[in-house]
Design a protein around this ligand. Structure first.
Ligand code: NAD
Ligand code: UDX
Length: 434
């Protein structure tokens, strides 16, 4: 099967490479010529564990190609996936569909023979209908089916998530498209991954419902963590106590600095806006958005309190800048809001991240970047663990104690146990553990 992927970002590149690994012939098209050039030199422009090997293998075996030339790539394809960005629209929080619509129109003009156009980008309910209108207006007698196939992969675990998904959701409106999509995912049928065929609108809404539910779970445990702090209880034990109930489940109950990333923040905002548009408000999700936004600055206040009420003229060392470990993605990372609030309060910031510093420099230019975690904490008045990279899980606390000016350790991910940090003479502050 010949697949063309429009957009070679996190989703397009991972999906394209994995489809090629399953044996399909895949061409990834990206409008950023520099990205395409790098990919054609064998460089993978994002940090995603395991991706480089798959890209290399499939390029060598001539099943994976990269180009900026959309017309040829689309003309040869049986299936065209649209995997371009759908960021928050400035001002109102709705999903910005400019890139999706532009890609759809471009694709329509170059398909040849029956082609299935699949939206993999996360798009509001009804976007498939709009894409269908756009392609039919662009080319009157076009022979296409428009399908929704939302992607559920997580950054940092993207390959595993793509190859062994909990489920695949495919929204189709006709049998022809269903047959083609079954063929695309046949390698996963063999792995017994559940494939759910739905209507197109249902598939679109399923994606937002999934992300909003997970974001709600995180926000719920974060509020319980705050309550635990006041009430002298331990949120990790509460999470275990409720998570062992199968109806609740133990995942996504880690309290922390609030969710960030390229999906949860924008998708919760977009769902709120969609719900308003349909005059069917999602008040729970509205609260999740508000509570999570406030939480990030409240984490900065936590650091200020730990420093005795002021950080003015003090140096704070931030360990971990990306929104989660195992990615270099800085999009809506809680570290950004925390850093900005601390700078506004008069702090000087040192920062370190195992993979994200190149991206971090673009959004946090005022931070002094250090090559190692230990260089980062030198002469610091407080150390803040923001992102739980493995490299920070067994830090040499004695060495850190000797390097810092003031031994204050704020652990926003509850990585350490109080006793083990306090043993070295630190004042230790965590999230929701009494
Ligand atoms: P991204 O910004 O990493 O990549 C998008 C790519 O599309 C960019 O490289 C851009 O140059 C390219 N592009 C834009 N317009 C184009 C066009 N007309 N032709 C060719 N290329 C074009 O975005 P992403 O994180 O991969 O997200 C893509 C979509 O997938 C979004 O809707 C997102 O919500 C969804 N999604 C993302 C994740 C994730 O973990 N990142 C997970 C699930 C779903
Ligand atoms: C998410 C969804 O999980 C994925 O299914 C979807 O396709 C894209 O959005 P991703 O953003 O890559 O994936 O990361 P995820 O692991 O979900 O974490 C998102 C944010 O929530 C991170 O900032 C993370 O630190 C935070 N989080 C996650 C918590 O604070 N606590 C948790 O228990 C889990």
């Amino acid at each position: 099967m010949r697949i063309t992927m429009i957009g070679a970002g996190y989703v397009g590149l991972v999906s394209g490479a994995c489809f090629a690994d399953f044996g399909h012939v895949v061409t990834c098209v990206d409008s950023d010529p520099e990205r395409v050039e790098r990919l054609n030199r064998g460089e993978v422009p994002i940090f995603e564990p395991g991706l480089e090997e798959i890209v290399e293998r499939n390029r060598e075996e001539e099943r994976l190609f990269f180009t900026s030339a959309l017309p040829e790539a689309v003309g040869e394809a049986d299936v065209v996936f649209i995997a371009v960005g759908t960021p928050s629209r400035r001002g109102d929080g709705r999903a910005d569909l400019t890139y999706v619509y532009a890609a759809a129109e471009d694709v329509a003009r170059h398909v040849s023979g029956y082609t299935v156009i699949v939206t993999k980008s996360t798009v509001p309910v009804g976007t498939g209908d709009a894409v269908e209108r756009i392609v039919r207006e662009a080319v009157a007698d076009i022979d296409v089916s428009v399908v929704s196939n939302p992607e559920f992969l997580r950054e940092g675990a993207a390959i595993e998530d793509f190859k062994r998904p909990d489920r695949i959701v495919i929204g189709v409106e006709d049998e022809r498209a269903k047959t083609v999509m079954s063929e695309v995912y046949r390698p996963l049928f063999v792995n017994q991954a559940p494939v759910i065929f739905t209507g197109r609108r249902t598939a679109e809404l399923t994606k937002y419902a999934a992300n909003a539910f997970l974001a709600t779970k995180i926000t719920f445990i974060n509020e319980i963590a705050d309550l635990c702090e006041r009430a002298g209880a331990n949120v990790q034990e509460v999470a275990r106590g409720i998570g062992l109930d199968n109806r609740i489940g133990s995942k996504f109950l880690h309290a922390g600095p609030g969710f960030g990333g390229s999906c949860f923040p924008k998708d919760t905002r977009a769902l709120v806006e969609t719900a308003r548009e349909f005059e069917s408000p999602c008040q729970i999700v509205e609260s999740v958005v508000t509570v999570n936004e406030m939480r990030k600055t409240r984490m900065a206040q936590k650091v200020v309190r730990a420093c005795g009420g002021t950080v003015s003229g003090k140096t704070v060392a931030l360990l971990g800048l990306t929104f989660k470990p195992n990615t270099d993605d800085m999009r809506e990372s809680p570290a950004i809001a925390i850093a900005e609030a601390l700078v506004a309060a008069g702090a000087t910031l040192n920062g370190h991240d195992p993979e994200g510093m190149e991206q971090a420099k673009k959004v946090l230019p005022a931070v002094n970047y250090a090559d190692t975690a230990y260089a980062c904490v030198e002469e610091a008045d407080a150390v803040v663990l923001v992102t739980e990279w493995d490299a920070y899980r067994a830090l040499d606390l004695k060495r850190i104690k000797d390097l810092v000016r003031v031994p204050i350790f704020v652990d926003l991910r509850n990585v350490y146990r109080r006793a083990e940090v306090e043993r070295y003479g630190f004042t230790y502050v965590d999230v929701g553990r009494g």
